[in-house]
Design a protein. Structure first.
Length: 95
């Protein structure tokens, strides 16, 4: 019997391909940028490893805004960074 293919996505920070369920989706829709834990939010999405170093690399390369096809303000980036830290801490606490 064939095994079902697992969807792969690429982290915009480290540029490594990983399984979709191992990455965090960041969605951009109508000027708003949010973390999408379900993977089903409206808008364009980019994927990041659950690692703050990957976020910093993506921020340095301006990869998040470019891939979401929107300009991110410093305030939006700061809020996203704080949300990511909180999300990573919450998921690690559950494990």
């Amino acid at each position: 019997m064939k095994t079902k293919a697992r969807p792969m996505r690429r982290c915009v920070g480290c540029m490594e391909s990983k399984e979709k369920n191992q990455l965090i989706r960041v969605a951009g829709y109508e000027g708003q940028v949010t973390i999408d834990p379900t993977g089903k939010a409206k808008g364009r999405g980019v994927y990041l490893c659950p690692d703050l170093q990957c976020f910093e690399k993506a921020q340095k390369k301006k990869a998040i805004g470019r891939n979401l096809e929107m300009e991110l303000t410093g305030e939006q980036v700061t809020k996203l960074f704080e949300d990511l830290k909180q999300y990573i801490n919450n998921t690690e606490a559950k494990e």
